[in-house]
Design a protein around this ligand. Structure first.
Ligand code: ASP
Length: 443
C-alpha cells in the first residue's frame, strides 16, 4: 500500500471503458492504442464485456441469469460455459494466463449460492484482472476501496481508500460497477454503474479529466430517431446535462456527474471506435454560447391530475395536502402548475399506474374539490441551454415554431435558473414538436 500520490497527479487522466469498448480482443487492442497515445491515461476503469453484435449477450446479463438459475436449483453450467468461453478466448488472444482458475472460482461460488450482486460484479472483476495483466498494470479491487454506507450511498472514505493505493507512476486498472457495503458484502450500483466508479476514481486521484469511452461520438442535440442527423454537442455544463439526461438523453449513468462535478473535473465522452473525434465535454461552465440552446430532449406518456375548487387560493395548505396524497402513495411527480382555482400535477403514467383510483378517492375525500380529472396523453419536451438565460426572444422563437407546426401547448414551465423551458404537448404531437423546435434554433 502506498500513499504517494502527489501534486502532479492532477495531470493524470481517468479513463472508463464501457462494455462495447471491451467486448472482444479486437476492441481491447483499440483500447490499448488509446491508452498508449497519452501517458497521462493511467487510471483505467472497466465494464464487463458487452455485446459484440446487436443479438449478442452482455456478460452481466449472463451472470444475473446464472445467479437466478442457481437460485432455482437448476444447472448453471450451460449458461456459465458461454461466459467461460468469452473470457477464455479474450485471455488467450491477449496472452493472459490463469483465467481458467479465476472462472472456476466464480462458477463454484455461484453454484454455492453467492449473492446476486456478487455474481454480477464478477463480470467487471474478471475483465479488470485480464486487462491489468495484458497492460502490465496494477489491478485494484474496488471491493477494497469503494464503500457504501448503511443507506446504500457512497461513503466518502472511498476517495481516501483509493488514493492510498496509487502512486505517481504506473497504470492502475479498477473494475467498475461495485463496492462493499457497511457489512463488507459486495454491492453493485444500478445498471451502467461503471460510469459512477470511473467518476469516483477520477475524483479520488484528482485527474484533470474523466474520459468516458463508449461507442458513440458523444451527445447529440436531439434524438437521431426523431431529428435527421442532429448536430453533436461539443460542450455542455453539468447542470445542462442533468436537465437533458432527466428528460431522456442518456450517454452516462445519472449518478456519474456528482463525484466529478463536486471536484470540478470535466468529463469527456469519447468514441473508442473513432478516437480522433473530440467527443462531448461536460464541464462546470462552457465558453461556446453562440446558440441559446444546447439540446432538446423529451419523454412521452405523462398524465395530468387536474383539481378544481372555487376559492382554492384562499385555502391554506391546499397544494401541500395534494402533494402529500401522492407522497403517501409513494408517487413522485414532475411539475405542479397552478392557477387561482385549480391545480395540476403532472406525473408519468408509470408512476400513477394502478393507483389512479385510490389517488382520486383520496383527493376527493381530503380536498373536497369541485372537480378531479386524470388527463392522459401528455409528452414533456425540455429545450435546454444556459444561453437562453437573460436572452430576449428565446421563448418567442420556441412558441412560434410550435404554433407554425400547429402544435398545441398544454403546459409551460420555466424555472428561475432559466436554463430550460419545458412544454407539455399531446403525445401524438411529440415528434413533430421536437423537430419544430430543433429547426427553429439550429437549422
Ligand atoms: N456491467 C454493468 C452493466 O451491464 C455495469 C456497466 O457496464 O457499467 O450494467
Amino acid at each position: 500500500m502506498c500513499a504517494k500520490l502527489e501534486q502532479n497527479a492532477n495531470e493524470s487522466i481517468t479513463c472508463k471503458f464501457g462494455g462495447t469498448s471491451l467486448a472482444d480482443s479486437k476492441q481491447i487492442e483499440r483500447v490499448v492504442g488509446i491508452l498508449n497515445q497519452d501517458a497521462d491515461r493511467r487510471f483505467i476503469v472497466v465494464s464487463a464485456p458487452g455485446k459484440r453484435t446487436p443479438s449478442d449477450k452482455k456478460i452481466t446479463d449472463l451472470l444475473y441469469l446464472c445467479h437466478q438459475t442457481a437460485k432455482e436449483g437448476l444447472d448453471v453450467e450451460s449458461v456459465f460455459s458461454v461466459i467461460r468461453q468469452r473470457y477464455e478466448s479474450i485471455a488467450a488472444e491477449l496472452n493472459v494466463d490463469g483465467v481458467t482458475g479465476w472462472l472456476d472460482t466464480v462458477e463454484a461460488e455461484i453454484k454455492r449460492g453467492a449473492g446476486k450482486d456478487w455474481a454480477a460484479s464478477r463480470g467487471e472483476y474478471l475483465h479488470a484482472r485480464i486487462l491489468a495483466n495484458a497492460l502490465d498494470a496494477t489491478f485494484i479491487d474496488t471491493a477494497e476501496c469503494v464503500r457504501f454506507d448503511s443507506e446504500g450511498r457512497l461513503n466518502p472514505v472511498s476517495y481516501d481508500l483509493i488514493l492510498e493505493r496509487v502512486s505517481n507512476t504506473g497504470r492502475y486498472v479498477f473494475p467498475g460497477f461495485y463496492g462493499t457495503d457497511a457489512r463488507g458484502q459486495i454491492r453493485t450500483f444500478s445498471r451502467g454503474g461503471s460510469d459512477v466508479t470511473g467518476a469516483i476514481v477520477a475524483r479520488a486521484v484528482r485527474s484533470r479529466v474523466y474520459e468516458n469511452w463508449t461507442d458513440v461520438d458523444g451527445l447529440l442535440m436531439a434524438d437521431p430517431r426523431i431529428v435527421d442527423s442532429p448536430l453533436p454537442i461539443r460542450e455542455v455544463t453539468y447542470s445542462e446535462l442533468r436537465e437533458l439526461a432527466y428528460m431522456g438523453a442518456s450517454v452516462l449513468h445519472d449518478e456519474a456527474i456528482f463525484p466529478v462535478s463536486e471536484a470540478q473535473i470535466p468529463i469527456n465522452i469519447r468514441n473508442t471506435n473513432a478516437p480522433e473525434q473530440p467527443g462531448t465535454w461536460i464541464a462546470p461552465t462552457r465558453e461556446n454560447s453562440e446558440l441559446p440552446i444546447v439540446g432538446i430532449a423529451g419523454r412521452s406518456h405523462f398524465s395530468t391530475i387536474y383539481v378544481e375548487k372555487a376559492l382554492m387560493n384562499q385555502e391554506k395548505g391546499f397544494g401541500r395536502r395534494l402533494l402529500e396524497i401522492l407522497e403517501n402513495h409513494h408517487i413522485s411527480y414532475e411539475h405542479a402548475p397552478s392557477s387561482i382555482d385549480s391545480m395540476s400535477v403532472i406525473l408519468s403514467n408509470e408512476e400513477l399506474g394502478e393507483r389512479e383510483a385510490m389517488v382520486r378517492a383520496d383527493i376527493a375525500r381530503v380536498l373536497q374539490p369541485d372537480r378531479v380529472e386524470v388527463l392522459p396523453g401528455l409528452a414533456l419536451i425540455a429545450t435546454v441551454g444556459q444561453g437562453m438565460s437573460h436572452r430576449v426572444g428565446v421563448a418567442k422563437c420556441l412558441f412560434s415554431a410550435l404554433s407554425d407546426s400547429s402544435v398545441n401547448v398544454r403546459m409551460i414551465n420555466q424555472g428561475a435558473s432559466e436554463i430550460n423551458i419545458i412544454v407539455g404537448v399531446a403525445d401524438s404531437d411529440y415528434e413533430k414538436a421536437i423537430r419544430a423546435i430543433y429547426s427553429a434554433f439550429v437549422v
